[in-house]
Design a protein around this ligand. Structure first.
Ligand code: ADP
Ligand code: MG
Length: 433
């Protein structure tokens, strides 16, 4: 795990941060969500603090390892030099057109929620430019879009060694274009992007409002498409909902196949955790896997983060991985969502009660106006009284899409100003919370 922090650090921390400074540190323990690092001396501590403490914290949070970092100089438990040397000799990951070596089809777990997106990706990888062109994959954060795109890239590289595969985020595409314009190198830029065999362009929603980038992408797209080269696009929403992107571009996105990825169900979450644990050589008991899958029902990145945290805590604190320990180590993540004084579950019960309906009805897909209102009230109260994210709330209501929750919150906000009946129900439930 520490190696993973060092490895990722190379990308997201300032140049040299991971390879020069962080490498001299060693993880000591994680307690109460704080990762304690042993730092050799005060000088290095100051360097880390002044150069990159904030991005370092962001990184360990993103990996789910801990919430905070403490730098401790000259700790009692002086780590042995062997470990330090091992960390330093970490193998460099091979860099294949910017593709993450772990994001391949073999490591992608297929479930109901992503079956179509997976099948379409595999088809596009097997016969690029022929099957679905463009392939447009959309879905919420952390659900596997980037993983699938990289997997397509690897697959094509493996099977057509000469093929030119480029993976690029829309942000990077934009930045490259801007710098090409500034340096009078737009011809090079055009030449580069129009000579690709497979273009994987991630998070296309970032092109909103960027007119000249859209213009350039439009031409790139056309020239690749005309030449029957594969284009794969990802976004956090379907083409028609991408705002402030030109109509002609959006309609191009719909030429091929549009497919979505939904949040994984419990079984798939369990399977993904098992896969991740196996890939990393973690020994995590079945009941702990199940506990994580049940209590972290949001996105896969968070699920992975929770797994990382549990393993890190167990290693560093030298305690076994058990459900009890996991609950303790993940207290800050789990508490507010499922357990604790106010949970989504509790709100659902109280709201169902005050509308005189059952919780099953509340969570069903029936659309009578009474049920719809009750659902909206319940979502609104979850938003106000739990720390669950929109997505987590959506999940709690069997909604695939967090925009439903957002819509509900806005609607109830409005109704509260005018509708006395709604106001009294909301006040009533609030009193009981
Ligand atoms: P997105 O691009 O949709 O935000 P990512 O592709 O970055 O999401 O996925 C987030 C994390 O979850 C990655 O580490 C990825 O490997 C993992 N992941 C997502 N879906 C799956 C899956 N079906 N099987 C295994 N790992 C997955
Ligand atoms: Mg992504």
């Amino acid at each position: 795990l520490w190696n993973e922090i060092l490895e990722k650090g190379k990308d997201v921390l300032p140049p040299g941060a991971a390879s020069t400074w962080l490498k001299t540190c060693l993880p000591l323990e994680i307690s109460a969500g704080v990762l304690v690092l042993d730092v050799p001396n005060v000088f290095i501590k100051e360097q880390i603090q002044s150069r990159f403490l904030t991005p370092l914290k962001d990184l360990i949070r993103a990996l789910g390892v801990a919430e905070d970092v403490e730098l401790r100089v000259g700790s009692e438990i002086r780590p042995n030099e062997q470990k330090r040397a091992e960390a330093a000799a970490m193998p460099q990951s091979p860099n294949r057109s910017g593709l993450n070596p772990n994001y391949v089809f073999d490591t992608f777990v297929v479930g109901k929620s992503n079956r179509l997106a997976h099948a379409a990706s595999l088809a596009a990888a097997e016969s690029p430019g022929v099957a679905y062109n463009p392939l447009f994959i959309w879905g919420g954060v952390g659900l596997g879009k980037t993983h699938l795109m990289h997997a397509i890239g690897h697959y094509v590289c493996d099977n057509q060694p000469g093929a030119k595969v480029v993976y690029v985020s829309s942000e990077k595409f934009t930045n490259e274009l801007i710098s090409a314009i500034q340096n009078n190198r737009t011809q090079d830029f055009k030449a580069k992007y129009r000579s690709i065999d497979v273009l994987l362009i991630d998070d296309i929603q970032f092109l909103a409002d960027k007119e000249s980038t859209q213009e350039e992408f439009f031409h790139t797209f056309n020239s690749l498409h005309d030449a029957k080269k594969q284009v794969v696009i990802s976004s956090d929403r379907p083409p028609k909902d991408i705002q402030r992107v030109e109509e002609r571009l959006v309609s191009r996105f719909e030429w091929g196949l549009v497919t979505d990825i939904q949040p994984p169900d419990l079984e798939t979450r369990v399977a993904i955790l098992q896969k991740k644990a196996e890939l990393r050589g973690y020994h995590v008991p079945e009941d702990v896997i199940f506990f994580l899958a049940q209590n972290i029902p949001s996105n896969i990145r968070e699920l992975e983060g929770a797994l990382n945290r549990v393993v890190a805590c167990s290693e560093l604190n030298d305690e076994p991985i058990s459900v009890e320990n996991a609950a303790e180590w993940l207290k800050d993540i789990i508490r507010n969502v499922m357990k604790g004084p106010v949970s989504i579950d509790l709100i659902q019960h109280l709201v169902a009660e005050s509308f005189g309906i059952s919780v099953d009805e509340l969570l069903s897909s029936k659309r009578t106006s009474d049920l719809a209102l009750a659902r909206q009230v319940a979502m609104y109260l979850c938003r106000e009284h739990t720390e669950a994210s929109l997505q987590q709330i959506g999940y709690g209501f069997n909604k695939k899409d967090h925009t439903t929750v957002l819509h509900a919150c806005r609607k109830i906000d409005e109704l509260l100003k005018t509708d006395l009946k709604v106001k009294s129900v909301v006040d009533n439930v609030r009193k009981k919370l």
